[in-house]
Design a protein around this ligand. Structure first.
Ligand code: 8GP
Length: 838
């Protein structure tokens, strides 16, 4: 570490809260100034939103010293920096997280707020609009990783896109999902710092040409037909109670003026404006698909846009510091979050060869020593492939470079497997089967020094099923880093009641060292403590019950078992398996066979991709079931079903802490990892789940006796697939299933409309691609076990406690340490700030 005296007139030293400006008076003064000068409002007439903005600006001011000190530290003394490239960062609300990481307690914030006649911080947090710049797991993981990097004091920058419209807001109308544009910027967003002076220029389209340079070398250059400008918008990412404050640098696309001017000059005013509109659409909207690749041209444009800006930015930072370009891999480690930024391989080669005049071998050496790739899915429909013609028309120079990368690589393959054409076709970056296409996963894998999966099982399947030939050629390239989630947001902020308990019984250090939670095991037989554990959960469930009532009008009993499935809606995640279980439960009550069945509240939440018909029908299905069940007097006090609309980070923070049972029921082999499963377990929910993704590791850690396992293994699923699977035969052997399907077909959950759910029924009984019926009986058995366990509340609380105690491994701090050691070779770089500001 090295001391810095920035001599800035901002509050900075936080050894002493008064001088650091972190006390209530200082926060109040900061708010007052911002209300008046920044927002142009008078305190007596300020709305809650005004106060949210004022408090946010006051908090932002207080991170600025750390932010600037972190930038300055790395400028003065270069240190390897992680560049995390991701098309999505689902960062969630910022105010509370920055308060926590800075060390401004809720109490201090409320002391300041009371002087504006606001009683609780929650009233202010409520009005915060979250930037929905991601679809689900992948984007949220990127956000947890940015937080952990900063908390571990590792220099890092997240590069992405500042979408004007994030993931759509979901409304439920007549049981159907309706998508509404997400105008997250409409009230102003106080957390970003635009840096127009660091704009970058990006080309698209056009052609390439060869020329001879001054030294007589043949070279290629790209003459794009279109340009856009990327304006960085920086979001500070403060670590927990440290000086390190990293950045998330999100690029907003702007039109290029030089090009417009030409059109102006020849009098084509509207043409010029059209060009402007055209390039601004680049960062307009996030593609709302989670796990399907639509191959849209604008999406490829978005990818190249943010990747090119980011790489130019990295190269420029070397230039600014006088560091030779050959040193790139010692200063930057570039992580590709899935293949969305994989064009980085070709773009870095282009920048190094065409713009910095390096030879091929030097450029390739730099690229392959810098870039690593994380795979997040095995689903074939999610693997990005770009139609070759489209790719060439947008990125002609990149295609040339990709051909050359491929030629050199396939030469190696030929030497290793002489005469084996099949292997060449499979490993080639260019897919020649059917319409020609560029395979982004192959490009990423060939260039990356490491390729990792996101859970042990997934990394294993990646090697054995998806890329066995690559793994044979480069066994040392393939590795695993099991996902993790940040305990700051997902325990400390989301679950203050539990946090207090942990502070008392483990000590406050758990928040940066989750392995300490094993200390809770000492309490596993302590009846009084277990009661306190249960009471804490109940208090959080009461709050969620209130929210459910306000949102849906459904009254739920906080003492019932909260059985929860929240995640994107997808057939492989099998929300419909859960829905069928609910119907069985309902039928047992109706038929008087529900003796000993504990009252349950089954909660669903999640968005469906707007073009994914079956997923949207599943939402309609759940809502149909909910309507029928909640209106039936026989279900009173016994069964409730809720679909909570518009699942996002903010809602997630309310749901995980209030859950008793975590539904992780994906078809084995399909869910790469899951991260919601970790958030549930840390907050003391028990899991009912398959041996899929990180469920496997969760079960190993919490112990099989504290986990409700069911379902076929990945191998059994594969066998079923190869031996011919007949779902209809299963229906014949399971009367409860047959009865449920019959009722659905009669329109019992759709106001008598027997046709509404026909496609779902046909899908399940016809080919059932995700083996819902194959796992149904075992799922019911496991649900009965859940019910049994819940009736012995002391035992349940003990199991719950052990889930929290034993899931410290799933902190994203551990994941980031793994990445740093095995892939990035990056180390902490503490930032020191001297306190003698004059
Ligand atoms: C998800 C995986 O489905 C999930 O299992 C995993 O936990 C998470 O990534 C983080 O590793 N994948 C995606 O969210 C995904 O592929 N999204 C892309 C379409 C955006």
């Amino acid at each position: 570490s090295h001391p810095l005296d920035l001599r800035l007139p901002t509050p900075g030293c936080f050894a002493d809260p008064e001088r650091a400006g972190l006390d209530a008076d200082a926060v109040f003064d900061g708010m007052t100034e911002h209300l008046f000068f920044t927002l142009g409002k008078l305190a007596p007439t300020a709305s809650n939103h005004d106060l949210y903005m004022a408090l946010s600006y006051a908090v932002r001011d207080r991170l600025m010293t750390r932010y600037l000190a972190s930038l300055e530290a790395i400028r003065a003394r270069p240190h390897k920096t992680v560049a995390y490239l991701s098309a999505e960062f689902l960062i969630g609300p910022q105010l509370n997280s920055n308060l926590l990481n800075l060390g401004i307690s809720k109490d201090i914030a409320e002391q300041a707020l009371r002087r504006f006649r606001i009683e609780s911080l929650d009233q202010i947090l409520e009005v915060e609009e979250e930037p929905g710049l991601g679809n689900g797991g992948l984007g949220r993981l990127a956000a947890c990783y940015m937080e952990s990097l900063a908390s571990l004091q590792v220099p890092a920058i997240g590069y992405g896109i500042r979408y004007e419209f994030g993931i759509f807001n979901q409304l439920i109308r007549d049981g159907w999902q309706v998508e509404v544009t997400d105008k997250w910027l409409k009230g102003g967003w106080p957390w970003e710092l635009p840096q127009p002076e660091e704009a970058c220029f990006v080309g698209f389209g056009g052609r390439t040409e060869s020329y001879t340079d001054g030294k007589g070398n043949y070279r290629s250059r790209w003459i794009p037909s279109e340009h856009a400008i990327g304006i960085p918008h920086d979001v500070p990412v403060l670590g927990y109670r440290v000086n390190t404050c990293n950045r998330l640098r999100l690029w907003r696309a702007d039109a290029t003026e030089s090009f417009d001017f030409y059109a102006f000059n020849i009098g084509d005013y509207y043409g010029a404006v059209e060009e402007k509109v055209g390039s601004e659409t680049l960062s307009k909207v996030l593609y709302p698909n989670d796990g399907t690749d639509e191959g849209r041209r604008l999406r490829l444009k978005q990818q190249h846009f943010f990747v090119s800006c980011s790489l130019q930015d990295m190269l420029r930072s070397l230039g600014n510091r006088g560091i030779p370009i050959e040193e790139f891999p010692n200063h930057w480690t570039v992580q590709l979050n899935d293949t969305h930024p994989a064009i980085a391989v070709a773009e870095l080669m282009r920048l190094l060869i065409d713009e910095h005049y390096l030879d091929w071998d030097t450029a390739w050496d730099i690229t392959t020593r810098s870039v690593a790739y994380t795979n997040h899915t095995l689903l074939p429909e999610a693997l990005e492939k770009w139609d070759l013609t489209r790719f060439r028309s947008l990125l002609p120079r990149h295609l040339e470079l990709i051909y050359e990368i491929n030629r050199r690589f396939l030469q190696q393959v030929r030497l290793r497997y002489p005469g084996n054409d099949a292997i060449q076709r499979k490993l080639s970056i260019i897919d020649e089967d059917g319409g020609k296409a560029v395979r982004m996963a192959n490009l990423a894998t060939i260039a990356a020094h490491h390729v990792n999966g996101v859970a042990a099982l997934h990394s294993d399947l990646l090697k054995r099923q998806l890329m066995p030939e690559f793994a044979e050629i480069w066994p040392e390239k393939f590795t695993n880093v099991t996902n993790g989630v940040t305990p700051r947001r997902w325990v400390a902020l989301a679950n203050p009641a539990l946090s207090r308990l942990l502070d008392e019984h483990v000590g406050p250090e758990w928040i940066t060292n989750m392995e300490l939670l094993t200390k809770l095991e000492e309490r596993q037989h302590d009846t009084a403590f277990l009661e306190q554990w249960g009471a804490t959960k109940l208090s959080v469930k009461r709050k969620l019950a209130g929210y459910i009532h306000r949102q849906t009008g459904v009254l739920v009993d906080p003492s019932s078992l909260f059985d929860v499935q929240v995640k994107r809606i997808h057939e492989y995640k099998r929300q419909h398996l859960n829905a069928l279980q609910v119907i069985t439960h309902y039928l047992r009550i109706k038929n008087g066979q529900a003796e000993g069945m504990a009252p349950r509240t089954v909660i669903f939440g999640g968005k469906a991709a707007p073009g994914y018909y079956m997923a949207k029908l599943i939402i309609r299905f759940i809502n149909g079931i909910a309507e029928t069940i909640n209106a039936d007097p026989d279900m009173e006090g016994r069964l409730r079903v809720v679909f909570l609309p518009d699942y996002n980070v903010k809602l997630a923070e309310q749901i995980y802490p209030a859950s008793d049972l975590s539904e992780q029921v994906s078809t084995a082999g399909k869910e790469a990892s899951g991260t919601g499963n970790m958030k549930f377990a840390m907050n003391g929910a028990l899991t009912i789940g398959t041996l899929d993704g990180a469920n496997v590791e969760i079960r190993e850690r919490v112990g099989p006796e504290n986990f409700f396992l069911f379902g076929k293994t990945e191998t059994e699923i594969m066998e079923l697939q190869t031996n011919g699977y007949r779902p209809r035969q299963i229906v014949e052997t399971l009367p409860e299933l047959a009865e449920a399907l019959r009722l659905i077909g009669l329109g019992h959950f759709s106001n008598g409309d027997g046709e509404l759910f026909r496609p779902l029924l046909d899908n399940l009984t016809g080919f059932d691609p995700f083996f819902v019926l194959a796992d149904f009986a075992d799922y019911l058995r496991a649900q009965d076990e859940v019910n049994q366990a819940w009736t012995n509340r002391k035992q349940w609380n003990r199991m719950s406690l052990l889930n929290t105690a034993r899931t410290g491994f799933f902190s994203s701090d551990r994941s980031i340490q793994d990445y740093c050691q095995t892939i990035w070779k990056a180390e902490p770089f503490p930032v020191e700030i001297t306190c003698d500001v004059p």
